[in-house]
Design a protein around this ligand. Structure first.
Ligand code: ADP
Ligand code: ZN
Length: 435
């Protein structure tokens, strides 16, 4: 069987890829300039026209697109085609204010399926697999994006969507599911429910997990692999750029970007200047082939870096580091930057602690305060207050070593923290209510 889904693009030489990208970037800029008032005025304000893009580094002269531009142009103000040419419209959850729409033409759907299939193929998904799609099916791009990829490859898909965890397990056992697609925190919820029901998932037919849509630490990956007896793979994407399909992990564990569809840059979020390969900053993405709603220099707020090291899998595409957090998830507590992923990695060092947590931000008078709530299994909880206080103190000391500030830790009985069925909410910011 073929090794790559699309050998031509996945193993293209850098020179050929850059020529392809330049041509497609020029087309994207011309398209948005011709069709979208927002881009016309943004380009004019920056004193640029699409003709100014003569080489890839010229892209840095073009203005960024931020989430508010999508909100201000809700629902279809950034769409380059009339609604009659659309075949699908997704929307992101949009926890604050209006949602963000993701419109697709038939060609966009083709590309999306292509990007998903490349990643899944790299992750060993084949036509004879039985795939269970436990991402939420609906407006969220995750569910139907994975559905499209599985169907493109031609495996059998169980569109179980998220939730109804016992039924997920039943289907998995009865249909001998080999591939599970879910958010990592929902996968953890499934694993936890299995052990409560006395089921050993390592005895299931499950072989691969396709996880993504939210940040997760390498330790969480190892834990899921261990509990489910699988190889855990990763997908990265966002509604604005198509949904999942932007990046995928290969057998070597690198996250490859489909760079013939999405052009990546990493910028310093303060100076807004592009950073060289290997330097951490904010990921900025530009669509290269999208028809309905191409994005120009979209600021993802996701923190990562890009690399071009030779990958043992044979793909030549640029890779990104695992996302360590979102710049808007970064908490500033007593002047120190804290990411939920740092807290997660510390909690997971402790065998006594369950991988469930919520970070509370609140006010103590005028001062910002932080507290981490986490859980232990009933047998550990039963060891009593003194034991639990000592454990909390040990965890808190370790957080201080890693993060640099003292973070009180509260240890709660098992089941206190609501379980995730999609993207987990890790930060409870109660500061606003007190103002
Ligand atoms: P929303 O969550 O606002 O509805 P999306 O569903 O489009 O919007 O979410 C996209 C965001 O999800 C990304 O910008 C990123 O922060 C996060 N995300 C997606 N995949 C991953 C991943 N593999 N690792 C870390 N974060 C991810
Ligand atoms: Zn690779």
């Amino acid at each position: 069987m073929k090794k790559f889904w699309n050998e031509e693009f996945e193993t293209m030489s850098l020179g050929d890829m850059e020529r392809f990208q330049l041509e497609r970037l020029q087309q994207t800029l011309a398209r948005v300039q011709a069709k979208i008032a927002h881009y016309r005025s943004a380009f004019a304000a920056a004193g640029v026209t699409p003709a100014d893009l003569r080489a890839l580094p010229d892209l840095a002269r073009f203005p960024f697109t931020v989430k508010t531009a999508l909100r201000d142009n809700y629902p279809l103000g950034l769409c380059t085609v009339p609604p009659a040419e659309l075949v699908r419209i997704h929307a992101s959850s949009g926890t604050t204010g209006k949602p963000i729409t993701g419109p697709y033409t038939a060609a966009d759907m083709q590309q999306w399926g292509e990007c998903m299939a490349r990643g899944m193929w790299a992750q060993s998904v084949r036509p004879d697999d039985m795939a269970q799609n436990a991402y939420g099916l609906g407006l969220f791009t995750g569910g139907l994006g994975f559905q499209l990829g599985f169907e493109r490859i031609g495996c059998a898909v169980i569109p179980s969507s998220s939730g109804q965890t016992e039924r997920q397990l039943l289907l998995m056992e009865d249909l001998k599911t080999t591939v599970l697609a879910a958010t990592p925190t929902y996968a953890l919820t499934i694993a936890e429910r299995a052990s409560e029901l006395g089921k050993d998932m390592r005895r299931f037919a499950l072989r691969v997990g396709l996880f993504g849509a939210e940040p997760w630490t390498p330790k969480m990956k190892a834990l899921l692999e261990e509990r489910m007896g699988i190889v855990a793979h990763e997908h990265y994407g966002l509604t604005e750029l198509m949904g999942p399909g932007v990046g995928f992990s290969c057998e070597g564990g690198s996250l490859h970007i489909n760079e013939d569809h999405v052009y990546p840059e990493v910028i310093d979020p303060e100076t807004e200047q592009p950073l060289p390969l290997g330097e951490m900053g904010e990921l900025v993405l530009t669509s290269l082939q999208r028809e309905a709603m191409p994005m120009v220099r979209y600021r993802t707020r996701d923190i990562t870096c890009l690399r071009r090291d030779a990958c043992p899998c044979g793909r030549t595409s640029v890779t990104m580091e695992k996302i360590t957090g979102r710049s808007d998830d970064m908490m500033i507590v007593s002047g120190v930057n804290v990411f939920p992923s740092q807290i997660e990695s510390v909690l997971m060092e402790f065998a006594e602690i369950e991988p469930q947590y919520v970070i509370h931000l609140f006010k103590k008078g005028y001062i910002d305060a932080i507290r981490v709530d986490t859980e232990v299994k009933p047998a550990i909880y039963a060891q009593g207050d003194i034991f639990l206080a000592q454990l909390a103190a040990r965890v808190s000391d370790r957080v201080q070593q890693v993060v640099g500030i003292k973070v009180p830790v509260a240890i709660l009985p098992s089941g206190s923290i609501p379980r995730s069925v999609g993207k987990a909410k890790r930060i409870m910011d109660e500061r606003k209510e007190i103002h």
